[in-house]
Design a protein around this ligand. Structure first.
Ligand code: ADP
Length: 617
């Protein structure tokens, strides 16, 4: 076939540009990435060979070879794995197929340090070779194919593919080192990097022996070459766990925590699961690949096996190696396999358990990154709801700053004598929540309230009814009967229908309010709006509007604070027109205070102008 020169896809170009021009720190990880790809390619071929042994017959000893030429300043990483066809080569090394890549690249700023971290979450992969090389060649032959293909690029706009009739099975990646990266063409340095990052890979990484004369030709295995999870926990160092995490996750950073377990009995399997420090770039895209690497009896079966964890735990990375699943299991058959369900339940508990054991500092970091996912869990995972509820954290009026978080158990532990509910309020921001008129009476009595400000809070709270036998209550809805005033105030206050002021206001508001009442919530504000327990909130209305749904009609109750000077003034207003302007203006202001849009802003402005003019005369 002819030699072709092709352009990189736009996203690939952008990423390459970064590799070449922006990333200078920690460049040695290029070797980890290439070895990681080689090991994946060998895993894939081992799997294919289960059904077609002929694929590996000519070269059955799987290995990855690292070579260098100190004079020519080149490094080669060669594997005898599955290799690529010409089409695969063009697709895999010319485009980036990850969903959300374009949005991800938009988030990069050109600021090297920040971008380097972001790229870490994205996973740099093969293109990282261009951090140290100004020219990269890949010679590859797909297992079972007749002939191979050669790919070359200087990492700028384009790459070339041509026939490589003599290429052996697998892939051979050769880097021509940049002037400032010659240091890597050195036996000591390369061995050190291999041990540091690739010790735990189940495939031998070999290099030419260091001895003189005859010995020099002998190959030596540089890494430990046993799959890390097959070793016993006591034999594995923390650094090894961390290095293995980087291999499975393609993350630059270290994991936050991990859990390594061997389960024996009815089902036999080993799992090694990690929680990252940072949310993956595509975590909130529910379509993105997720899940664990699945092995059966140490043979790699598939990446992103999503059946082993529920959707909300999609940030977890790691490996599960089963002894009893059939080797020919597929994505489809995984779904209805009863032992998979058992493993999924056990792994879910293990993750929740691991999170529960983190110290406050680490858990705080976790919550900042993945708290939203845990909230999804409350809605999705009924069976573990109690465990997840314990893991929830909230900003609270008990804390001095928004960054300070409390758990439901913290709250329950300091509830007041006679306090029946756990109070919360949903608002757009912590500042809006703290300033809400609905919290005034709670504040006056020193009762804590949780401040919920995530976009999904309203939705997720509809799944949270109680904690430890204590019902949760939205402080902005329905009646707020606080322990001590439940008896007194209700007796004193006239029933809404008998209250002359309330009636007069209700007439002035007409259709705008469901009813008008004297409030037990307010101390400082003149008035507020109160929704019934089941009404759709302002936040939910906006979500529905964005989704193109029409929210149902609902009218709030208007509550007034009779002790407030403005309400007293209102009560003393003899002129009915001015009374109506005044009452409606208070209603509008209560709306504004809660961040609701005014249905008739022009009307509001006119009313205020009339009142101001009246005041001036
Ligand atoms: P990732 O490994 O995250 O998918 P890479 O950019 O590192 O991304 O690689 C892109 C794809 O190229 C891989 O998914 C794989 O299909 C293919 N590939 C890379 N290296 C090799 C190799 N040594 N042998 C076979 N295929 C490879």
């Amino acid at each position: 076939m002819a030699t072709e020169t092709l352009g990189f896809q736009t996203e690939a170009k952008q990423l390459l540009h970064l590799m070449i021009h922006a990333l200078y720190s920690n460049r040695e990880i290029f070797l980890r990435e290439l070895i990681s790809n080689a090991s994946d390619a060998i895993d894939k071929l081992r799997f294919d060979a289960l059904s077609d042994a002929a694929l590996v017959a000519d070269d059955p000893d799987f290995k990855i070879r690292v070579e260098f030429d100190a004079d020519a300043k080149t490094i080669t990483v060669a594997d005898n794995g599955v290799g690529m066809t010409r089409e695969e080569l063009i697709a895999n090394l010319g485009t980036i197929a990850k969903s959300g890549t374009a949005e991800f690249l938009d988030r990069l700023t050109g600021e090297a340090q920040r971008d380097a971290q972001l790229i870490g979450q994205f996973g740099v992969g093969f293109y990282s070779a261009f951090m140290v090389a100004d020219e990269v060649a890949v010679e590859t032959k797909r297992a079972g194919a007749e002939a191979g293909t050669r790919w070359t690029s200087k990492g700028e706009d384009e790459f070339t593919v041509e026939d490589a009739p003599d290429a052996p099975r697998g892939a051979r990646v050769t880097l021509k080192l940049k002037g400032d990266a010659h240091e890597f063409a050195d036996a000591f340095r390369l061995r050190q990097i291999v041990r540091k990052y690739s010790d735990h890979i189940g495939v031998p990484v070999v290099m030419a022996g260091e001895g003189e004369g005859d010995d020099a030709a002998e190959e030596e295995t540089v890494n430990a070459a046993t799959a890390l999870w097959t070793r016993s926990r006591s034999e594995v160092e923390d650094d090894e766990y961390k290095a293995f995490y980087k291999h499975v996750s393609h993350d630059y950073e270290e994991p936050l925590c991990w859990s390594h377990n061997r389960v024996e009995g009815k089902h036999e399997y080993t799992s090694l699961i990690y929680v990252p420090q940072r949310a993956q770039f595509d975590l909130w895209n529910r379509e993105s690949p997720r899940g664990l690497k699945l092995y059966v009896q140490r043979v790699f079966i598939m990446d992103d096996a999503e059946q082993f964890l529920p959707l909300y735990l999609r940030f977890v990375r790691g490996v599960v190696d089963s002894n009893d699943l059939p080797l020919n299991i597929s994505r489809e058959t995984l779904q209805d396999n009863p032992s998979v369900t058992t493993m999924r339940n056990a792994l879910t508990k293990r993750v929740l358990d691991m999170l529960g054991k983190l110290d406050a500092d680490d858990y705080g970091k976790f919550w900042d990154e993945f708290g939203q996912a845990m909230k999804e869990g409350v809605a999705e995972d009924f069976g573990n709801r109690d465990a997840i509820m314990k893991l929830l954290r909230f900003t609270s009026t008990a804390g001095d700053s928004d960054a300070q978080r409390v758990s439901l158990a913290d709250y329950a532990g300091r509830m007041q004598e006679g306090q029946e509910h756990i109070y919360y309020i949903v608002a757009d921001s912590p500042a809006a929540a703290r300033g809400s008129p609905h919290l005034e009476a709670l504040k006056e009595r020193g009762i804590e309230a949780l401040l919920l400000t995530d976009r999904i809070d309203e939705w997720f709270m509809s799944f949270v009814h109680e904690f430890d036998g204590k019902p949760l209550k939205d402080a902005s809805r329905g009646d707020l009967k606080l322990a001590e005033d439940a008896d007194e105030k209700d007796e004193d206050a006239p029933a809404p229908d008998d209250d002359a002021l309330c009636k007069r206001i209700a007439d002035a508001l007409g259709e705008r309010a469901e009813s008008v009442r004297r409030s037990t919530r307010l101390t400082d504000s003149p008035a507020c709006l109160v929704l019934a327990e089941g009404d759709v909130s302002e936040q939910m209305r906006r979500i529905m509007a964005v989704a193109g749904q029409a929210p149902p009609e609902s009218k709030p109750r208007f509550e007034i604070n009779p002790a407030h000077p403005l309400v007293e003034k209102l009560d003393n207003e003899p002129d009915e027109d001015r009374f109506a302007d005044f009452a409606n203006a208070l209603f509008d202001q209560a709306s504004l205070a809660e961040g609701r849009p005014l249905a008739d802003a022009a009307g509001y402005v006119r009313r205020i102008q009339r009142l101001l003019l009246g005041a001036a005369t």
